[in-house]
Design a protein around this ligand. Structure first.
Ligand code: FMN
Length: 383
């Protein structure tokens, strides 16, 4: 299997499966590019992991994982980073035989909406039939641990990344300021800062759950306080790196920046964000249709990204399918353990991948800045 790392200078590599084999199976992340001297604790990382933990609340899968993390490498005796790669591991605990048995029974079956078909094409009979292996939503726990490290470093720069539920099954949250969103987005299970609309969303998801079905929606992510000039002008645009990061998350089916697909319905005069000079002599923009990018590089406004999340593929409704071994059509029975929507858990995965992409972009920009002989005037504009 190729492609288990993301990032150039700040880089995460993940391994591990949703079930793995026996005691001691789990997921791990190696984080490259962590500065020495950081007091990053397991408690800090745990807070992020708890945001995507299953088994809590009515909108989540009943799988009971503690998601407890251990930093096993990269910190010294005083529990401060040494500059070496940081290693974090999270063991699986809820890998009960009853569920393994259920997966075994269906191991040759194409599960609609899941990654099983390409897995058969790539790995044949050795494809990981238990819990979707590397394509399981559980893989994202390692990303969130890596993302926590990225967030920790970004916080020192005054940069914040948050993601919340903007839309669920056509129910849309009102527009709110960054501060309002930050204050309220963790106050309900669906992570919608517009609390009244969030209630309607939750009610809708529970109705759909009753039918044995699942619900899709839209996550909006914001990067607040990012300096301008991050990203490279051609293939390594920050917008492109973010798209790579976010579209690598399972169940993500669409991405837009700022006004996004709405630009197709706008005139240039409506869409262009006009600049002005602040009292402090900095450049800002009167609007943010560009979602914080010009030429794919940050322009100093908040980065705004919206992500379409498909309904959870596992449903409690019988479906038609195929036995891949004997190539016969077969009915797939309803399956009970599932998330009725992914929105309540995926938002923190989006935050994490955004944080990793942005931090990597900042490392690249600072490395390049250090080698240029540009007049201070231009460098100062970025501060
Ligand atoms: C955090 C997270 C949790 C997920 N949980 C589940 C789940 O409980 N059941 C399920 O069927 N799919 C779940 N998924 C979605 C599948 O992993 C994904 O839809 C599948 O691998 C197919 O990939 P695709 O949707 O990108 O085509 C989850 C995804 C994420 C990111």
């Amino acid at each position: 299997m190729l492609g288990n790392s993301f990032g150039r200078l700040f880089r995460v590599t993940t391994c591990g499966e949703s079930y793995g084999k026996g005691e001691g199976s789990g997921l791990a992340v190696i984080v490259d590019g962590v500065p020495a001297g950081l007091k990053i604790t397991e408690e800090y990382i745990q807070k992020e992991l708890d945001k995507r933990k299953p088994g809590v609340g009515k909108l989540n899968s009943p799988r009971l994982e503690t998601d407890k993390c251990t930093i096993f490498a990269g910190i010294g005796q005083d529990r401060i980073t040494t500059g070496a790669p940081l290693g974090i591991i999270i063991y699986n605990v809820d890998t009960q035989d009853v569920h393994i048995q259920q997966y075994r029974e269906y191991k040759d079956i194409f599960r609609p909406g899941h990654a099983t078909y390409p897995f058969f094409l790539k790995y044949g009979e050795f494809q990981d039939w238990c819990g979707a292996g590397r394509s399981s939503g559980r893989e994202t726990v390692a990303r969130v641990a890596g993302g926590a490290v990225a967030k920790f470093i970004l916080e020192r720069e005054g940069i914040e990344v948050i993601a919340y539920t903007k839309e669920c099954m056509g129910i849309i949250a009102k527009d709110m300021s960054f501060e309002e969103i930050k204050k309220n987005y963790m106050r309900n299970e669906i992570n919608c800062p517009d609390l009244e609309t969030g209630e309607k969303m939750e009610k809708k998801v529970l109705e759909i759950k009753e039918e044995g079905d699942t619900a899709g929606g839209i996550i909006e992510a914001i990067v607040h306080n990012i300096p301008p000039g991050i990203g490279e002008p051609v293939f390594d645009k920050l917008s492109a790196t973010i798209a790579h990061a976010v579209c690598s998350i399972g169940a993500v089916k669409g991405i837009e920046f700022g006004a996004g697909f709405n630009v197709a319905r706008m005139k240039g005069s409506e869409n262009n964000d006009q600049p002005y000079i602040t009292k402090e002599g900095k450049i800002r923009f009167k609007t943010n249709n560009a979602g914080g990018f010009l030429g794919g590089m940050s322009d100093g406004e908040d980065i705004i990204v919206r992500v379409a999340v498909k309904p959870t593929p596992t449903i409690s409704i019988e479906q038609t399918s195929i036995n891949m071994k004997n190539m016969k059509e077969k009915k797939l029975k309803p399956i009970t353990r599932r998330d009725p929507t992914l929105l309540a858990r995926i938002y923190v995965v989006v935050e994490s991948m955004m944080a990793i992409a942005v931090l990597d972009g900042i490392y690249m920009a600072r490395a390049y800045d250090a080698m240029t002989k540009l007049d201070e005037k231009w460098l100062n504009l970025k501060k």
